[in-house]
Design a protein. Structure first.
Length: 628
């Protein structure tokens, strides 16, 4: 059974190639079937492989399939080899199943778009690249998938390239993530030079033998890998590209935020966890970056008026929780939150797509309202997604995964009260901005008439994701409620267990109560401010300090302006000065000399035999004169 894992990435690749080769000759309906069907078949194979893995696990807890030798140069022979263990299986299942639901939704949402064939080709290629990334046996193949998702994100963010703003957003995403990608590439060179291998399992086995904890080589390797993860997962200080990535179609946003791209950095750190445990300072930095990001991004989400940008900043914040978990050694908690986040964030983005289409391409939440009666399925599923995002207690998957992270931030050997405080503050803010969105969009008076209602191809994915956003939480529950550890026990085959400091039962109860109270308080605050006492918001808008804070958080805390001042403007200024390109002067000079002599010599080809004879004679005379 495990010998068929090569089919999982091959099916989306085949669908993408077929769509690209057939072009406009393929009917739209067929293109939708091919695009969604290829990923659906990959999801089916993934489920079959997953069942086999759980019921009859491979020897050693992992299975490897070598397809061919990629290249062989002076003893360096990386192979195209797929690796299946508990960690990669979770990633594969999330990517294929959530990806299929998004593509099924797209078959109706994007059907009337003239570029629907190109859309599905890019989306299938996106899924293929992410599968290569998570199934790669070595870092070089992983880097191929890493760059593949970067390319696909560029193509899909700028999908509607007729609008210059979309092209700028695609360029920004590509360029900003290049910084992290460059750090990752340097990390590959450092690891190969020092460890003589890029095989991931070999690196994890050899590194502790060659490097002591806190060694400089481990420090730099972990720091460079963190640089790659920060860029791809949109964490501080490289988070600025993700809100602008909302320029692409809504299903693209759902795929980027839920199952691909931004979760790649989380996977990279989890997969190379040994290197981070050997560099405690960098692992602590991972936690600090996550804590800072989750608070700042939550503050920005609270101030946005574009429904997709609210969700974009929400993603940055939730990925921050995953980084916080990784930084305190709660590896399983990070991956568990990745899984639950994929379900509720895909649900929220797809629901946002329905709302935007129903409002006639309106994104402003202040122009919405009263939609709970007009879009009952969207309302029911969206509120489930928002509840899971806000981590409403006991009944949502988001609560159980976030509670794991908050508990680890306090009780882990690498945790601290400050990290826990950041997490609990983020939980309050998440409840506030999530239900601000719900109350403004679905409650109050209708401000814009509904122009379009969704069909079954849209509603079915919403319902399935809503069920997952509730049910997925019950596979991992805190022992103060019910000692269920199915997910952690499964991932224990690939990732180490969390190292805890002794915590009394009373402290556990207090931590659980705090994790319950924070999101509930945020929901209450959203109701009070945006339904009960909206005059308070109006009064705050007139306050100069509050208005300044609003503008600062709305613009992402000034990161874009800062980078524009220190990087973009100096670069464009230097480009204008060097418009004629001083370096090219030498090449243009060489080309001019070559062209001049070419013209001069070609003019000697007159076609007159007497001139040729005279030239031969003169040449002979000169040659003889030189000899004598």
């Amino acid at each position: 059974m495990f010998g068929s894992i090569w089919l999982i990435p091959l099916l989306p690749l085949g669908g993408s190639i077929l769509l690209l080769l057939t072009g406009s000759s393929l009917p739209r309906k067929t293109a939708c079937i091919v695009g969604a069907g290829a990923v659906g078949l990959a999801a089916l194979v993934s489920i079959i492989v997953g069942v086999a893995f759980i019921t009859s696990p491979p020897e050693g807890g992992a299975s490897m399939q070598t397809l061919w030798t990629w290249l062989a140069v002076d003893g360096f022979s990386p192979v195209v080899s797929l690796y299946l263990d508990a960690l990669s299986l979770v990633m594969i299942l999330v990517v294929t199943i959530v990806g299929f639901l998004i593509l099924l939704y797209s078959s109706e949402h994007m059907y009337r778009d003239t570029g629907v064939r190109r859309f599905f080709a890019y989306m299938d290629l996106f899924v293929f690249s992410m599968l290569v990334l998570v199934m790669a046996d070595n870092l070089l193949l992983l880097y191929l998938g890493w760059e593949g998702v970067g390319l696909c994100s560029y193509l899909l963010i700028g999908f509607w390239y007729d609008d210059p703003a979309n092209v700028e957003a695609a360029n920004k995403a590509f360029i900003v993530t290049r910084i992290g990608d460059t750090a990752f590439a340097i990390a590959l060179l450092l690891l190969f030079v020092n460890l003589d291998t890029l095989n991931i399992q070999r690196i994890l086995a050899v590194a502790p033998w060659l490097w002591n904890e806190g060694s400089s080589m481990a420090f730099w390797a972990a720091l460079l890998l963190l640089g790659g993860a920060v860029g791809k997962s949109a964490q501080l200080p490289l988070q600025t590209w993700l809100p602008d990535a909302m320029a692409g179609p809504t299903p693209v946003s759902a795929l980027i935020h839920a199952a691909t791209m931004v979760t790649a950095g989380v996977y990279l750190i989890a997969r190379t966890y040994v290197l981070f445990t050997l560099a405690p300072a960098i692992q602590a930095l991972v936690a600090v970056i996550g804590a800072a990001t989750l608070i700042l991004a939550a503050g920005s989400a609270l101030m946005q008026w574009d429904i997709k940008r609210v969700l974009a900043y929400s993603t940055i914040s939730q990925i921050g929780y995953m980084f916080l978990a990784l930084g305190v050694g709660a590896w399983s908690a990070a991956i568990f939150h990745f899984m639950t986040h994929a379900l509720f964030k895909a649900l929220l983005f797809l629901g946002a797509g329905v709302i935007i289409a129903a409002m006639g391409d309106e994104h402003n939440i202040h122009k919405m309202g009263g939609l709970r009666k007009e879009l009952p399925v969207t309302f029911s599923t969206f509120i489930i997604g928002a509840a899971s995002l806000a981590a409403l207690p006991l009944v949502t998957a988001g609560f159980y995964s976030k509670d794991m992270i908050l508990f680890a931030a306090w009780a882990s050997e690498k945790g601290s009260a400050w990290l826990w405080a950041a997490g609990i503050t983020g939980a309050f803010l998440t409840g506030l901005y999530a239900f601000r969105l719900v109350f403004l969009v679905f409650y109050g008076k209708a401000k814009t008439p509904v122009a379009e209602k969704p069909g079954p191809a849209i509603n079915i994915p919403l319902v399935v994701l809503a069920v997952g956003a509730v049910a997925a939480g019950f596979i991992e529950m805190p022992r103060t409620i019910a000692p269920v550890t199915v997910f952690s026990d499964f991932l224990a085959r690939s990732l180490p267990a969390l190292k805890l400091t002794p915590v009394s039962h009373n402290v556990e109860i207090v931590l659980l109560i705090d994790a319950i109270a924070a999101p509930l308080l945020g929901v209450w605050a959203a109701w009070w401010l945006y339904l009960s006492r909206r005059d308070i918001i109006a009064a705050l808008e007139k306050n100069r300090i509050a208005a300044w804070m609003h503008e600062l958080s709305y613009t992402g805390w000034g990161f874009d302006a800062f980078y524009d001042a220190i990087l973009v403007r100096p670069f464009t200024f230097a480009s204008r000065i060097n418009r004629n390109d001083f370096v090219d002067f030498f090449y243009r000079g060489a080309a001019w000399i070559s062209s001049y002599w070419s013209v001069s010599l070609s003019s000697r080809q007159s076609g007159m035999v007497r001139q040729y004879a005279l030239g031969v004679a003169l040449g002979a005379v000169i040659a003889l004169a030189l000899i004598f």
